[in-house]
Design a protein around this ligand. Structure first.
Ligand code: ATP
Ligand code: MG
Length: 398
């Protein structure tokens, strides 16, 4: 290649890196595809760029997004695997540069008819994740000159990043988590809708009106709790949660938790005991996240306790591990409930009457503890109480 182009190379690669990082943090498929095509056009100096995704079942390519098309217009376009450049790219898993598309037998004209953009030259790369081709990324009409090997390298690198990001976003969209959330939102939404409907009635006594406003207040809180817990869990499940490891005094952390929860327990007429040795080791972990675990366990021990019951926060340590225990004298859990306890959104029968909750707290705890290479166990006896134990390595392996 010529001299001036060489000098622009590092800058374009730097840009590629920035873009890749940006892509990795997007789980919204539509937004992601849009960013990819704009990045593709920018990086290769092309007029337009587009993505076609391969449907493994129908064995067809679907036009998904292009820099120059609005969504509804293109969604209808199915591109045949035989007789299109994109099809060739997908079938051969190879990039292609075509200097003059009019001369190429494989050129598929239907897209041009819809978009009214005439393709003169084209650069296309397959979108490949580790085991399969998921589609093709194409850039058309270089703004000046012809597509080069260097453009091809850049687009191939972008394609590899894009393919992984697309797969992630798709997995996320299909995950049970989303359908579970939608399901869980239905109940508070239905209460809100009923409440609003009732408030429209003019003949309602003030007292009832007041009660309905309280319900609206509670339900909106519940939705907002659900949203923040859900985001926590989604981040943990997708491996996107950030863990900031630091070395800290474990005794100090437990005292912090005591500081937050003791008054809550006393307010409910419960007693609260902190039973820890005078010296506990330092631990390397994400302090805020471990605190979140202990606080949720304590909050459960308070919420699901019996009247005048007892909450105990304890700890001990071995050379390798810190062991934290949270016990209560509440109603306990049946073997049946215990078997579902760490499932998302699970709440034991009758819990709703005792306290509100999302049923996500323990799922989040488990994820956090396991991310630290630790484990969490539970023992419970109906009518006696429940004991949660968290084992955390003092130094989590890399
Ligand atoms: N200490 C406990 N005693 C009795 N039941 C418990 C105890 N801890 C948890 N549970 C049961 O397990 C369920 C799930 O607990 P989890 O912490 O995941 O959710 P939650 O407390 O309902 O909601 P959130 O933690 O988001 O406020 C609870 O709803 C309750 O039924
Ligand atoms: Mg909880």
């Amino acid at each position: 290649m010529t001299g001036p182009r060489k000098t622009t190379l590092p800058k374009r690669y730097q840009r590629l890196l920035d873009i890749s990082r940006d892509l990795a943090s997007t789980l919204d498929l539509e937004a992601l595809l849009d960013r990819i095509v704009h990045a593709a056009a920018e990086l290769t100096g092309a007029q337009e760029a587009s993505i076609l995704l391969y449907d493994q079942i129908t064995k067809e390519l679907h036009f998904e997004v292009a820099t120059n098309m609005s969504q509804p217009m293109m969604r209808g376009i199915i591109v045949p695997l035989d007789g299109s450049i994109a099809g060739w790219i997908v079938a051969n898993r190879q990039p292609v540069i075509i200097a003059d598309t009019a001369q190429d037998q494989r050129h598929f004209v239907r897209v041009a008819q819809v978009t009214k953009v005439k393709t003169t030259c084209l650069l296309g790369v397959p979108l490949v994740t580790k085991d399969k081709v998921i589609g093709a990324l194409e850039a058309i009409n270089k703004r000046s000159g012809q597509f080069s090997e260097e453009d091809q390298d850049l687009l191939t690198a972008l394609g590899a990043q894009a393919a992984v990001a697309i797969e992630n976003a798709r997995l996320f969209q299909q995950s049970d988590l989303i359908s579970d959330l939608v399901h869980e939102l239905r109940t508070p939404m239905a209460s809100l809708s009923t409440a609003a409907h009732l408030l429209l009635r003019t003949d309602l006594p003030d007292e009832q009106r007041h009660r309905i406003v309280e319900i609206i207040h509670d339900e909106t809180f519940r939705i907002s709790d659900l949203a923040s817990s859900f985001l926590d869990l989604a981040r943990l499940e997708s491996g996107r949660a950030q863990f900031r490891l630091e070395t800290f005094d474990s005794r100090n952390l437990l005292e912090d938790c005591d500081g937050v929860m003791r008054s809550r327990a006393l307010d409910k007429g419960l007693s609260f005991d902190l039973v820890i040795p005078s010296k506990l080791p330092e631990i390397k972990a994400d302090r805020d996240k471990i605190k979140q675990v202990v606080l949720n366990l304590l909050s459960n021990a308070i919420k699901y306790n019996s009247s005048q019951g007892k909450v105990t926060l304890g700890a001990s340590a071995t050379a390798e591990e810190l062991v934290i225990t949270v016990s209560d004298t509440g109603a306990g859990l049946s073997p049946e409930s215990l078997s579902h306890l760490f499932e998302k959104f699970y709440r034991a029968p009758g819990s709703e009457k005792l306290a509100s909750g999302t049923g996500l707290g323990l799922s989040i705890c488990k994820r956090i503890v396991e991310a630290h290479n630790g484990r969490i166990t539970v023992k419970s006896e109906v009518g006696v109480g429940t004991l949660f134990t968290v084992y955390l390595p003092l130094k989590p392996g890399e």
